[in-house]
Design a protein around this ligand. Sequence first.
Ligand code: CA
Length: 178
Amino acid sequence: MLFAAALVFHADQAGAADQELQETRPVLETGRFYRIGVPADVHWTDTRFDVKAGQMITFQAQGGVSLQQGNPRGYCGPDGLGFSTIQQPLPDTNFGALIGKVVLLISIEVDEETEEETRNEIIEYFYIGSEQSVEMPIDGSLFLGINELVVEDNSGVLSVQFELIERGRQGRPSGRAE
Ligand SMILES: [Ca+2]
């Protein structure tokens, strides 16, 4: 079994992955709205932002998607449909709803023989729907998606706005430069 140290000794093989592991991504600033389109026909949309555990983010989503081409009952908004199935990443919540995940990459193992890559990640999922304030569960990269696993037959895009909420607002001034 190989561990993350393999990256150091096999930099050529793992070059791309190594770069990704060390990629610095922007963090969210308070007092700003961020907008992103979340297509229903891909599993996850990368916001390109990193978050920290404990940060509060408010999400608001609009738009409609189809969860099954040609099925008139497969249309829904960001709240999804009022049932759950076994084919969704976040169980026991609305099928097809807007959800999020934070991914913390721990290490990338590279098998010397097959050069196959195994990413060791911690992933935390959370429900969003049409409007939700969510405390980020772990440090990591923020992704948004649709609570469904069979996405190839989907269409439509949700429009999502999100904002990092300041904490301890009453206690002290924000300190944000105007
Ligand atoms: Ca589908």
